[in-house]
Design a protein. Structure first.
Length: 564
């Protein structure tokens, strides 16, 4: 992995694994897995799990590895598009599964055989009830469930029915296979859970070879065991599924491995939703432009917005692992992005809302070239020449005709410094017939070049950026903001509410900005800091040679670091 982060600090998961290694459990091997379901694009919450599982494997090398396994047990919701996107996301984060790419569908025949084994042991039975009837008879947290009237079928009858289910004799929902455990268990997941259902659906890998498919809770632990996984690391919502995980591992004979499951708190991030179902809804209803919309918390979305793999890995390292649910501020993620981009992004001048400035005492003609540093954090990035002419653009927000007391930029009769150039003074405000400001007439002071401070002159408080008007490029810039107006849109909506009512109408603003000419050759997928404005990324999908399109990755101001 390139530019990998420093080894992670110890947490309860790593301490547990260290104890296993010291005790020579599994001959001191550490085998983890990242097991996504290919039913949607991954989001930033999955990045936490990816960094954990692959990171632990890297930390315990050489007797370690991490598998990428697609739990493709529901062909109705799965697609090869999701499989490909997930692989791209994991690689973008900097991790590699090597030869260890697997699918639950690789094990369909073995999983079927394990189900037959459970039936023969009297630990599974075919139920003629519908899934709705099963749910209705599960009972409650205070009342036991009602046993199925088909629970005591003979093993021979169950084997015959299960074989006929596989042969396609029954319709969807007509029969299911359930584990025979305990209908009075305080854990609802142990009340004879469904382990196989009938689905007459085409599978993206096995085609039409199967019409019965294992449930996730059945396929997952047995796939772990078949692959020799030692540590199955899951988020907290699977904590109550652990007894079923262990029951299956303990009751199926002939498994080559004996993994165990441990849980950690999932990532919850402010101003977003982390449900694949809801993210799919946003895409399907065109509330966003797609899975890779830069406002989305998907890994493809943040990649297109300009987040870096190093920043995401550092974020996951910073938030660490806990056993308890918590809410992480979006500002922390943005802080990690700024910290990384500050080291690598080339500086350029860009004016988002241009206002023309005419330097009336500056010579007409081609002007001059100002040498600017590309990145003060990295002298090896060198310098560039930026044209300076009589006519310039400044940002309209850097001028105020009737200023407030705390406004320290350009005002009528006031003086500011053009960054890396000289000081200018505004003498005239030019307006159109409707009274809109269209230009400023100013003079420059040659004695103040490159930060010089003439003796006897008051200190100039404001410094603003600029772009030469004759050389400026008109470039499309997209300003992205939070996707939602509420920190916790799900909670704000309530159980019966609609979280989409809190979508931020100002989450995207598209401008035609004026940029310095050096960006004309910017390649898609390049990072820049527009000085005094923010960090921007040339859109890898919409940028064309000579015509870059810029996405704002994050604003320049970092409120999180100041609050620490």
């Amino acid at each position: 992995m390139s530019d990998a982060p420093a080894p992670a600090s110890k947490d309860f998961i790593r301490e547990l694994i260290a104890e296993d290694v010291a005790a020579q459990r599994n001959d001191a091997w550490v085998v983890t897995r990242f097991p996504p379901e290919p039913n949607g694009y991954l989001h930033i919450g999955h990045a936490k799990s990816i960094c954990l599982n692959f990171g632990i494997a890297l930390e315990n090398a050489p007797k370690s590895r991490c598998h990428l396994r697609f739990d493709d047990t529901n062909p109705v919701k799965e697609d090869i598009e999701y499989v490909q996107s997930i692989q791209e996301d994991v690689k973008w984060l900097g991790f590699d599964w090597g030869q260890h790419l697997y699918y639950a569908s690789d094990y369909f025949e073995k999983l079927y055989g394990f189900a037959v084994q459970l039936i023969e042991k009297g630990l599974a039975y075919v139920d003629d009830q519908t899934l709705e009837q099963v749910r209705a008879h599960r009972g409650s947290l205070t009342a036991p469930g009602t046993p199925s009237p088909f629970r005591d079928r003979s093993a021979q009858e169950n084997l015959d029915l299960f074989n006929r289910m596989r042969a396609g004799e029954f319709k969807e929902g007509e029969r299911i296979l359930r584990a025979k455990i305990d209908m009075a268990s305080p854990n609802m997941n142990m009340r004879d859970p469904v382990i196989y259902r009938i689905l007459h659906a085409h599978h993206h890998r096995t085609g039409d070879a199967w019409c019965i498919y294992p449930m996730y809770d059945y396929a997952h632990p047995l796939s772990d065991a078949l692959e020799g996984i030692t540590h199955s690391l899951c988020t907290l919502e699977f904590e109550h599924h652990r007894p079923l995980y262990e029951w299956l591992i303990n009751n199926v004979d002939g498994l080559p491995g004996h993994p165990y499951q441990r849980e950690f708190a999932r990532l919850n991030l402010t101003y977003t939703v982390m449900s694949k179902r809801k993210l799919l809804e946003l895409v399907k209803t065109d509330l966003v432009s797609g899975w890779d919309d830069p406002r989305m918390p998907t890994i493809s979305g943040i990649r297109r917005r300009g987040y870096t793999p190093a920043a995401v890995r550092n974020f996951c390292e910073t938030i660490g692992l806990t056993k308890f649910p918590s809410l992480t501020e979006l500002a922390l993620l943005e802080h990690c992005v700024r910290e990384d981009l500050n080291k690598h992004a080339q500086r350029v001048y860009g004016v988002l809302r241009p206002l023309k400035v005419v330097l009336t005492n500056y010579p007409e003609g081609p002007g001059e070239q100002i040498e600017l540093v590309n990145n003060p954090e990295n002298p090896a990035d060198g310098t560039r020449l930026v044209p300076l002419t009589r006519e310039l653009y400044i940002d309209a927000e850097d001028f105020m005709e009737h200023p407030s007391a705390d406004f320290h930029r350009l005002v009528p009769g006031g003086e500011v410094r053009l960054k890396y150039a000289f000081c200018i003074t505004c003498h005239e405000v030019v307006k159109d017939p409707e009274g809109r400001i269209i230009a400023l007439h100013c003079t420059y002071d040659d004695a103040t070049r490159r930060g010089a401070k003439p003796v006897g002159r008051p200190k100039v408080k404001g410094t603003i950026h600029w772009v030469s008007a004759p050389h400026a490029l008109d470039v499309q810039v997209r300003l992205y903001d939070k996707l939602f107006t509420e920190p916790q849109p799900d909670e704000a909506a309530g159980a019966e509410g609609n979280y989409t009512q809190f979508l931020n109408p100002a989450s995207l603003e598209t401008l035609t900005a004026k940029l310095e000419p050096s960006v004309a050759t910017a390649q898609p997928g390049s990072h820049f800091q527009f000085e005094r404005v923010g960090y921007f990324f040339t859109d890898p999908k919409d940028s064309q040679p000579g015509h870059p399109v810029f996405n704002r990755t994050v604003a320049l101001k970092d409120g999180f670091s100041k609050a620490k």
